[in-house]
Design a protein around this ligand. Structure first.
Ligand code: HC1
Ligand code: SF4
Length: 573
């Protein structure tokens, strides 16, 4: 422990603390901009400056270790003037179209300028030329909004282990962009959107599909169906001021109905369907000498990562399409038949916590008879914007249920949205199938939680199944290197492209750096899903009555010919 004084207040903190962290302990809120806990702690922007007794210059508190007897001041005229000048200089070179900006209201720079009382900018000079890269289906980069904080660079490099974004050019022309002036559409970017979540401003954002969806909703020719990913319900409420981790399943359904969707279904149903297909695929590979370890295929960021960086492991991927693609395929076949609808007139919208799903839905290898499974993907953020545009009072909505049939889901389907969830859901079903009975064992807690790499051995009947779970592609790489080298003997591996799984996907509500200092959003949002799991009547995918019905009436057995036609695919390097 170390004792120091900040603004006259004595504080005792662990010796590995920074001054920024110590100040927080006594309720002193030092402003920050480039700082992102655990991800970007570089002291580059100089917004967190403090005065330290005995030191000649002002110090960046986010990288300044505490020392015994240190005397720190955070609110002197010298500090205020220096910070104000720094932020004014950033603003001078910033595209200040705040009113029409995507981040209006959630921008950390806007908030900082307001807090610092900046009411004019005294340095007006030349501005950097803007590059707007909107060629990919997932991500838009706008250099005129970029403040060169480096948060996106660090998350891509350190958390994802990829390094698509970096500082390019020099001096006044410095930009954050993919190497060699490439578009994000041509770089080996996995579209995970972690850079969007890290960005304090609007330099990075998802490619919007809101207009496309508004148009579909107004088109009388189309039957517009929406499905919601598991993780969306755990975060949408944040956009309406609710605490992180508040579950808003019922209000979300009510809002979608009021937006005018003809049917509101749940991707969770398709998650159950995925477990049926993937679980039986695993059993088949184990029993018949197929390629092991089998690796999950529901995270499209992970699929791209595998294609670009681990092409040798493509045959290890499960052939299952991701749940929302399966749902689209079922809607345009079975559901179309049941309701006598022309599949071409069914418009499927997926609400996803993910930016990579926007590109996934365009993939040729996922089409059935030339038709895309899914026509539009909206992020959780985009859905919130549409609800606001429609002037729906979200907080006053009643809780409503999903529509019948494809709105029926089990607890296993819900937990897909958190790291370890797909694995746990699969184990619940695989164990019952192997044991030939309805086992009491439901919760496989060894695969839960945010540890980077999780392992478990599960003994079922006379078999031992070895599994591993990783999330965030840098963690994935560590494990996959071993798999590639033949050093592991796992049967099944779950990989999710984003740290924490879908709850922390690149399409989820922005959480500012201050909040991230206090709360691990991955943990809070995951809790909301495990709670919903406990509330469900059925908690194993194979017990879902509608899953039984779709196999009885339409698909036959898991991995049947029909199931393969609609629900499976093959990826190629
Ligand atoms: Fe996910 Fe999935 S869990 S990939 O994280 O398998 O996006 O939530 O919808 O498709 O079900 C995302 C979440 C989601 C799929 C499912
Ligand atoms: Fe890196 Fe992911 Fe952003 Fe691509 S989307 S630049 S891989 S963080």
């Amino acid at each position: 422990k170390v004792k120091l004084t900040i603004n006259g207040i004595e504080v005792e903190v662990p010796s590995n603390y920074t001054v920024l962290e110590a100040a927080k302990e006594v309720g002193i809120d030092i402003p920050t901009l480039c700082y992102l806990k655990g991800i970007n702690e570089v002291g580059a922007c100089r917004v967190c400056l403090v005065e330290v007794e005995g030191a000649r210059s002002l110090q960046a508190s986010c990288v300044l270790p505490v020392r015994d007897g240190m005397v720190v001041k955070t609110n002197t005229k010298k500090v205020r003037n220096a910070v104000k000048t720094t932020v004014e200089l950033i603003l001078a070179n910033h595209n200040r179209e705040c009113l029409t900006c995507f981040r209006n209201g959630s921008c950390e720079l806007q908030k900082l300028a307001e807090e610092l009382g900046i009411d004019e900018i005294s340095f007006e000079g030349a501005k950097r030329e803007a590059t707007i890269d909107e060629f990919s289906h997932s991500i838009v980069r706008d250099s005129s909004k970029c403040i060169l904080c480096g948060r996106c660079v660090s998350v891509c490099k350190n958390v994802q282990g990829i390094g698509i974004l970096d500082f390019t050019n020099r001096g006044f022309k410095t930009e954050v962009a993919p190497a060699f002036g490439k578009s994000m559409a041509d770089a080996p970017c996995i579209y995970c959107g972690q850079c969007i979540n890290a960005c304090p401003v609007a330099a990075l954002r998802e490619k919007s599909e809101m207009e496309k969806v508004w148009d579909a909703l107004e088109n009388p020719e189309l039957h517009v169906v929406v499905q919601t990913a598991p993780a969306v319900r755990a975060a949408l409420g944040e956009e309406f001021g609710l605490p992180i981790g508040t579950r808003v399943t019922g209000k979300m359904v009510a809002a979608l109905r009021r937006l005018g969707f003809d049917k509101v279904f749940d991707t969770n149903f398709a998650a159950d369907l995925t477990i049926m297909e993937e679980g039986h695929e695993l059993l088949d590979r184990i029993q018949n000498g197929g390629k092991l370890p089998m690796i999950t295929s529901c995270s499209p960021g992970w699929i791209r990562f595998c294609e670009f960086y681990y092409p040798e492991l493509i045959d290890n991927l499960s052939t299952c399409k991701s749940p929302h693609q399966m749902m689209g395929a079922v809607l345009k076949s079975y559901y179309a038949q049941l309701n006598n609808l022309d599949p071409e007139k069914i418009f499927v919208v997926s609400i996803m916590p993910c930016s990579s799903k926007k590109t996934e839905k365009e993939r040729e290898e996922l089409r059935v008879n030339g038709l895309k499974d899914v026509d539009a993907v909206l992020t959780t953020r985009e859905l919130a914007k549409m609800i606001k545009q429609a002037r729906i009072k979200f907080l006053e909505l009643p809780d409503e249920d999903f529509d019948e049939l494809f709105g029926e889901y089990t607890g296993a389907g819900v937990i897909f949205g958190a790291t370890g969830g797909v694995m746990e859901a699969a184990l619940r079903t695989v164990a019952d199938v192997l044991a030939g009975e309805d086992l009491k064992e439901i919760e496989y807690t060894a695969v839960r939680g945010i540890e980077g790499i999780k392992e478990a051995k599960v003994n079922i009947a006379d078999k031992t199944i070895k599994v591993a779970v990783v999330h965030g592609t840098a963690n994935a790489a560590k494990l996959l290197d071993k798999v590639r080298a033949g050093e592991t003997d796992y049967h099944f591996i779950e990989v999710m492209g984003c740290s924490g799984g879908c709850v922390n996907g690149g399409g989820q509500p922005h959480v500012d750096a201050k909040t991230r200092m206090e709360i691990d959003v991955r943990v809070e949002r995951a809790k909301a899903l495990y709670e919903e799991d406990e509330l469900r009547t059925y908690r194993k995918s194979h017990q879902n009555p509608m899953i039984k019905k779709i196999y009885d009436e339409f698909l036959g057995k898991p991995n049947s010919h029909k199931a393969h036609e609609l629900l499976h695919t093959h990826y190629h390097a």
